[in-house]
Design a protein around this ligand. Sequence first.
Ligand SMILES: Nc1ncnc2c1ncn2[C@@H]1O[C@H](COP(=O)(O)OP(=O)(O)OP(=O)(O)O)[C@@H](O)[C@H]1O
Ligand SMILES: [Mg+2]
Length: 323
Amino acid sequence: MGFTDFDPPAPAAERGSPPTSPKPARVRRDDFYDTPIVDGKPVPNTPLTRLRDRLRALFLTAGEREEAHLEASLRRLPGVSRTNIVATLSPKGGCGKTTSTFLTGNVLASHLRLRALAVDLNPDFGTLADLAPDRGRAPLSLVDLLRDKEGISSPGELRPYVSRLPSGLHLLAAPPDPAVMAQMTPELYGELLAFLRRFYEVILLDLGTGVTAPIATFAVDHADQVVVVTTPEWITNTKVQMALGHLRLEHATLVLNKVEGTAAQHATERQFSHDRIAQRVAVPADLQLKTMLDSGTFSLPGLGRATRVAIKRLGLAVGTQLA
Ligand SMILES: Nc1ncnc2c1ncn2[C@@H]1O[C@H](COP(=O)(O)OP(=O)(O)OP(=O)(O)O)[C@@H](O)[C@H]1O
Ligand SMILES: [Mg+2]
């Protein structure tokens, strides 16, 4: 029989309703791979391997167990449904606002895979962008971005304005000249934020010292959550507690930074126990962290476990309050 012998199909009008072909049975991926695959290799799940895993878990230290638990919790967090603004502030200078912004942003970028940007809103000589390695530092500032924004329509065009860190976090610097920053009004910050919302899922605002200056009020009004930073000294705690009276605290994290020993930490925790701050995280005073920050070589895995765990707790505290 040649190709020409078969009957041509009837015209559509004669055929009536279109033919329905039987649906192929859907093969699920789990039916195909009946053992879990890790790094491209099947992981056996036998009584012997289960016993081995249980014995291994038994010999984990409490620290290792907590870190594994934190890692799992961080990776289980859902993504965001809109851009979230996180404002970091404190009535005290030098307590770790910039550090907390930076550390939180790194964890949100590396563990939650969020497009995260930290913005330096210090009125003068902000240090946030200096935490980027020198070779990855963008030359331009938020004032330049505000001026040029009409010509920017894709993320790649932000490259001259934002520094990129190995974690995936981006940093946007304040201008080097405080007189230029002084010309920024809340309206202009509003324009900048509206523009940045198009590119980022989380925007972290690193504020200067104080909670009632116009820029701080602007940031808190626009923030979905705040991070309030304190250190374990009586004077700082007293000022921070007074500042809390000026803030909405439905979604807030208290960072107790530069903790040495546990006595001061416990005293601070007692002092803040009656405040409505749901999340409290203590970060140890850590010389290695300080050196990493100062040399532009921050690496979370390179830190000791106590500080690493504290930073992951901070990421989780903020991460669980994202919307
Ligand atoms: N947990 C920590 N362990 C060791 N050093 C720290 C820690 N947190 C912050 N530092 C160091 O303390 C100094 C001040 O920190 P940071 O710049 O974050 O404070 P800040 O509140 O933003 O200051 P400013 O009021 O000047 O903006 C920096 O040198 C920083 O590296
Ligand atoms: Mg700072």
